[in-house]
Design a protein around this ligand. Structure first.
Ligand SMILES: NC(=O)c1ccc[n+]([C@@H]2O[C@H](COP(=O)([O-])OP(=O)(O)OC[C@H]3O[C@@H](n4cnc5c(N)ncnc54)[C@H](O)[C@@H]3O)[C@@H](O)[C@H]2O)c1
Length: 447
């Protein structure tokens, strides 16, 4: 390895052939300079502020725009990577786990960092996320600092980090639309949404907040069934020109008409409906794929889920469930060797059990036929804390969206959507999706 240009912030370029470079993150050991490949192979084609590759080793990387086969990447400058500016819609349990996680992984080494799929993506660590704007409609959250709002009722998820420092960012009043279902008013206020009387924000105001806060990525954690609200905030993202990570099951990224509008504007999108780290969906899909690969005919299956958070309370209204049910059912059907008849597959949230709080229990049964048409079945019970399980995935989805922004890639990020989401525009098995995401991160795949 022959470092050609030393760059600030611990990066250097190694020449491969004329004007083709690999970017390395530098570490200094006893024997001198070492490097870990950071961003694939890039052809240095243009620079910002000068036309040549910087020959001055002290020159800042900000001055260099590296253009690879898969697009371009602008490397950050200074002592550490720049932050990823995120806005959150819906400061519920999932948002709480995500914000706690940003703090939790600060000051940890990769060896100590349990529970992550990727320590770094595009050079960004979990703690590089910065929440710069937030929207909710609950009186206990609106107006509070993000670091306080995440612990407010009806949030009930495990607190694994109780010392999130004040962010200086207050939760803004959003636009309710169909975000709060009528039946939610029938429950004790400790367990349900309590709508604020503050004047609702208009689309113009939300767009202004996104622009003024420097938001790069908007993440949507709205309740299931918020069809209008989900589209409304997606419109705000489009207008503000910020990337969208849609963690809830209203089809935006998997709606070709909506997605094409982001594509036209060159804005990256990842969605729809986050697939938890080790939850019911990925377990059910992996077992379904196993049946297919081992030649076992899957004849019947169910996945029954219970939980005691507001997500489960909200889903007691069956009218709001259509897209969630489709998202969860398709996630399983899409990896089956043969599609099962609708009567032979039942997947969905099944009941609200208040004392479970954010603990979700999944009961899974799969019935199949082995060699010689001989029957078999599996019964499985999975117990997980719902919201950290989703935050462990959104922390990667956000970083992939940021990598796309930096590379100038817009539209659907297929690899990230297929791996991180239950209802992506393109369904593949999870091992293929995993490989595609790793290729995307390494700069070997455009999207
Ligand atoms: N937990 C998981 O593993 C998981 C997995 C996949 C998908 N999801 C989805 O993520 C979404 C969020 O889940 P959660 O558990 O955080 O839900 P939650 O009920 O805890 O939070 C929803 C938040 O949205 C707020 N809200 C309602 N209407 C709003 C509006 N119009 N504008 C702004 N805020 C509004 C509520 O006040 C609440 O704070 C749900 O759609 C859920 O199905 C979660």
């Amino acid at each position: 390895m022959h470092p050609k240009y030393l760059l600030s912030r611990g990066f250097f370029l190694c020449s491969r052939k004329r004007s083709v470079f690999s970017v390395y993150r530098a570490t200094f050991g006893r024997s001198g300079l070492h490097g870990k490949r950071f961003a694939g192979i890039y052809r240095v084609r243009a620079t910002v502020g000068c036309d040549k590759i910087p020959s001055d080793p002290r020159r800042s990387l900000e001055d260099v725009r590296l253009i690879g086969a898969e697009g371009s990447i602008r490397l950050p400058v200074g002592g550490s990577m720049s932050s990823i500016k995120v806005a959150i819609v819906g400061m519920g349990n999932c948002a709480s786990s995500l914000v706690q996680g940003i703090e939790y992984y600060k000051n940890r080494t990769p060896e100590e960092a349990i529970g992550l799929m990727n320590w770094e993506i595009g050079g960004f660590r979990p703690s590089d996320l910065e929440v710069v704007a937030a929207f909710d409609v609950d009186v206990r959250k609106v107006g509070k600092d993000v670091a306080e709002a995440i612990y407010e009722s009806p949030n009930c998820t495990t607190v694994f980090c109780d010392n999130v420092p004040k962010t200086g960012v207050r939760v803004s009043m959003g636009c309710t639309l169909d975000g709060v279902a009528a039946h939610m008013a029938d429950y004790d206020e400790r367990r349900t949404f309590l709508p604020s009387d503050d004047p609702e924000s208009t689309q113009r105001e939300i767009v202004e907040t996104l622009v003024q806060s420097g938001t790069e990525i908007l993440i949507s954690y709205l309740p299931v069934g918020s069809e209008e609200a989900a589209r409304f905030y997606a419109e705000c993202a489009l207008e503000a020109g910020v990337a969208l990570v849609n963690c809830m099951p209203v089809f935006i990224v998997s709606d070709p008409a909506f997605a094409s509008r982001f594509e036209e504007r060159g804005i990256p999108i990842v969605g729809d409906d986050i697939k938890a780290q080790l939850g019911a969906t990925i377990t059910h899909r992996t077992l379904t794929d196993l049946f297919a690969k081992r030649g076992v005919k899957l004849e019947r299956t169910y996945q029954l889920n219970t939980g005691g958070n507001t997500d489960f309370l909200n889903m007691l209204n069956r009218d709001r469930l259509a897209s969630k049910k489709e998202s969860k059912t398709e996630a399983v059907q899409s990896v089956a060797l043969e599609r099962m008849d609708d009567d032979n597959i039942h997947v969905g949230p099944s009941d609200y059990v208040p004392w479970q709080n954010d603990n979700k229990v999944c009961f899974l049964r799969m019935e199949g036929k082995l060699f010689g048409d001989v029957p078999m079945n599996i019964e499985l019970r999975l117990s997980v804390e719902d919201s950290p399980n989703s935050a462990g995935v959104s922390i990667d989805a956000i970083r992939c969206a940021k990598v796309a922004l930096d590379r100038g890639v817009g539209g659907i990020l297929h690899s990230a959507s297929s791996y991180f989401m239950k209802h992506p525009p393109e369904q593949t098995t999870d091992d293929i999706a995993y490989q595609h995401v790793q290729e995307f991160i390494a700069g070997e795949r455009e999207r």
